[in-house]
Structure formats: structure tokens, C-alpha cells
Write a protein that binds this ligand. Structure first.
Ligand code: HEC
Ligand code: CU
Length: 348
């Protein structure tokens, strides 16, 4: 469907000004709205059509004019018409919706990644540079941003109405959502899944900044340690490098370059190593044993918080040579009690 851009602007601006409709602040928003307005339009047409027919027929076939009822036989042509036309319209909606769905749920390859942890009752965001924020999320405009999200307790749902995005945030597995913010500004963040008494307070703000302002913000809010650096410390303090030290004699496989590769498992199947797979292989190592290795890795279920797992995943992602792994090993040897910040450990 093609609407004149001027008319479109007018419609959306007017709806927004009348407080009926959130502003369009992401690249996907006009596309979702087009589908929404199309649905609205065919609904209104259907309503008017059926309403007018009821009204017209009740006058035309009223009792005074038709004192004796007439038997009406079916009409195949008529029935075929009112089946085929709506079917065609619904198929248009289906295909349109499916195309849009794939677009919304497949992040572009060049998107930057930010982690989001939901818990009763707050949102926590972790930027790759180590910036942490609570109930707020700073993002740059003009580039795709992917959120990798997980819940620490119950089901939550992450929704930014102005960006027209929403995704379930589930315990135990990563879900993702992406957007490309177009207009700098502050937008609402809602939890849209009833998650307990203070669900309605599980809100926050999305601050979309120009790339320059975002750069400034990341520099001002840095904690000094990137997620990968936190992960490196945790890797040493949890003793992971007792087995994953990148040497030929190591009991565990080298983790260098494992991210993004295809691993062959002992049952012969192949898996793509992404964030979710890394997280899962730390928590459930016996579920997918790498070919050529014994299932000796202990489970770390309940011993590492979601924050800590994100740090470890980010650390493993940065490993592109065994030299890096061995450096971690050497550092942890010379620095026996590697300090761990409380937030990386599971709270009792
Ligand atoms: C007792 C030795 C041992 C320890 C300790 C250990 N691992 Fe492993 N790990 C293994 C072995 C053996 C495998 C391969 C077999 C399997 O998949 O279970 C493995 C597999 C993995 C994999 C899957 C990727 C691949 O290449 O197979 C990841 C990721 C991983 N370990 C991360 C960790 C992290 C993070 C820690 C610390 C929290 C850790 N491991 C601690 C032995 C260990
Ligand atoms: Cu919630």
C-alpha cells in the first residue's frame, strides 16, 4: 500500500498530537504503522459495509412490505464471492505481517550489541564497554542496536512503544530484539508482561543520543572495566583455565576462535556457537559434549549470576588466539586471589 508521504506525515503527526498514538522514532515504526492502519482501514470498510447492509435490508425487507415470508435459495456465486475476497485480503495481511516479522526479528549483521537483564522489578543494561545502567538505556541514533536479553526470575517483556518493538524476556535463555532509532529524545520503556506486585513500576527510559553524544556518554559512564575484562577475571577466579588453557595438554578444548564457528558434537551433530550456546555450555556442559573430549566439565548452574555469564560470554567472544588464553592463565597464576566484584557472584 502506498500513501502519499505528506498525507502519512499529517496522519501520524495528528494522531501523536492528539495523544492517541506514540511518535514514530525508529526505522521500523512507519512499516508497523502502515500494517496497523491497513488493518484498521479494512476493519472500518467491513464495519460500514455490514452496517449499511443490515440497515438497508431491514428497510427493504420490512414486515409491511413483505407480509408473507419468501424462501430464498442459496447462490453459489454470491457465497464464492464473499469467501474469496476476504480470503484474499487475509492472505495479503498474512504475507505482509510475515515479511515484517522477519524484518523485526532478524537483526542486521552490523548491529551493536547491548545486554539487558530483567528482574523483579527493574531493567539492567550492560554495554560492551562495561557501562551499567538501571531502568534506563542510552543508545545511539542512526545505527542498528541489538539487545540480547534474559530474565533473572520470571517472564518479563521489553517494550518501547515509540520504536514499535517488544520482546519477551525469559529466564534461562537469551532473546533478542533490534531497532534503529531515528530521532534523539527520551522514550518510554515498559515491562508488558504481568510479573508480580510491582510490575507497573518496572519502567524506564530510553535515551536516544546522536552518535557524538553517545560517544561522550560512553566515555563519561565507563566503569573502567569492559564486560570482557570482567569476564577474564571471572574465568581465572572460577578456575576455568585449569582445563581451558589453550595448551596441547589441556583437558578442555581451546576456546580461541570458538565463537561464530561450527562445532561438531560427540553425537555427530553440528552447532553454531553463538552467545546462547556459550551460556548453555557453561551451565549444561553434559547436554552437548564437544567431539573428542570427555564429559568432565562440571556444571556451573547456580554458581554464576546472569551478569557473570554475560561477562564470561563476552570474554570468550574476544578470544581469537591461544596466546590470549595463556595470558589469562599466567595472570591468574601470578595473581592468585583474583578479586571478584560482588555483582559477579551469585547472591546467597
Ligand atoms: C574440569 C575441566 C573443565 C573446567 C574446570 C571447565 N571446563 Fe569448559 N569444557 C571442558 C571440556 C572437557 C569441554 C568439552 C566437552 C564438553 O563440551 O563438555 C568443555 C567445553 C566448554 C565449552 C564449549 C565450547 C567448546 O569448544 O567445546 C565452553 C564455552 C566452556 N567449556 C567454558 C568453560 C568455562 C567458562 C569454564 C569456567 C566457568 C569452564 N569451561 C570450566 C572442561 C572444563
Ligand atoms: Cu516485568
Amino acid at each position: 500500500m502506498h500513501i502519499s508521504p505528506v498525507l502519512w506525515q499529517f496522519l501520524v503527526k495528528w494522531l501523536h498530537a492528539s495523544a492517541l498514538f506514540p511518535a514514530e522514532a525508529s526505522t521500523i515504526a512507519p512499516y508497523t504503522d502502515a500494517l496497523y492502519f491497513f488493518l484498521l482501514l479494512i476493519t472500518v470498510i467491513g464495519l460500514v459495509l455490514v452496517g449499511a447492509l443490515i440497515f438497508g435490508f431491514s428497510i427493504r425487507y420490512r414486515r409491511q412490505r413483505n407480509p408473507v415470508a419468501t424462501q430464498v435459495e442459496g447462490s453459489t456465486l454470491l457465497e464464492a464471492t464473499w469467501t474469496i475476497i476476504p480470503l484474499a485480503i487475509f492472505l495479503v495481511v498474512f504475507v505482509w505481517g510475515a515479511v515484517l516479522y522477519f524484518r523485526i526479528y532478524n537483526p542486521p549483521a552490523n548491529s551493536m550489541n547491548i545486554y539487558v537483564i530483567g528482574k523483579q522489578w527493574m531493567w539492567k543494561a550492560e554495554h560492551p564497554g562495561g557501562q551499567h545502567e538501571i531502568n534506563s538505556l542510552h543508545v545511539p541514533t542512526g545505527r542498528p542496536v541489538q539487545l540480547t536479553m534474559i530474565s533473572q526470575d520470571v517472564f518479563h517483556s521489553f517494550s518501547i512503544p515509540e520504536f514499535r518493538v517488544k520482546r519477551e524476556v525469559v529466564p534461562g535463555r537469551y532473546s533478542t530484539v533490534w531497532f534503529n532509532a531515528t530521532t534523539p529524545g527520551t522514550y518510554h520503556l515498559f515491562c508488558t508482561q504481568y510479573c508480580g506486585t510491582q510490575h507497573s513500576g518496572m519502567i524506564g527510559e530510553i535515551v536516544a543520543l546522536t552518535p557524538e553524544d553517545y560517544e561522550k556518554w560512553t566515555q563519561q559512564s565507563t566503569s573502567g572495566m569492559s564486560l570482557a575484562q570482567n569476564g577474564e577475571r571471572l574465568f581465572a577466579s572460577m578456575g576455568c583455565n585449569a582445563c581451558h588453557n589453550g595448551t596441547a595438554a589441556a583437558r578442555g578444548p581451546s576456546l580461541a576462535g570458538v565463537y561464530g564457528s561450527h562445532l561438531t558434537l560427540s553425537n555427530g551433530s553440528q552447532v553454531l556457537v553463538n552467545e546462547a550456546y556459550l551460556r548453555d555450555s557453561i551451565l549444561n556442559p553434559s547436554q552437548h559434549v564437544t567431539a573428542g573430549f570427555a564429559p568432565i566439565m562440571p556444571t556451573y548452574q547456580g554458581q554464576i549470576s546472569e551478569d557473570g555469564l554475560i561477562d564470561l560470554v563476552e570474554y570468550i567472544k574476544t578470544l581469537n588466539s591461544n596466546y590470549r588464553v595463556q595470558q589469562t592463565y599466567v595472570t591468574s597464576q601470578s595473581n592468585q586471589a583474583a578479586p571478584t566484584t560482588p555483582s559477579e557472584m551469585v547472591k546467597p
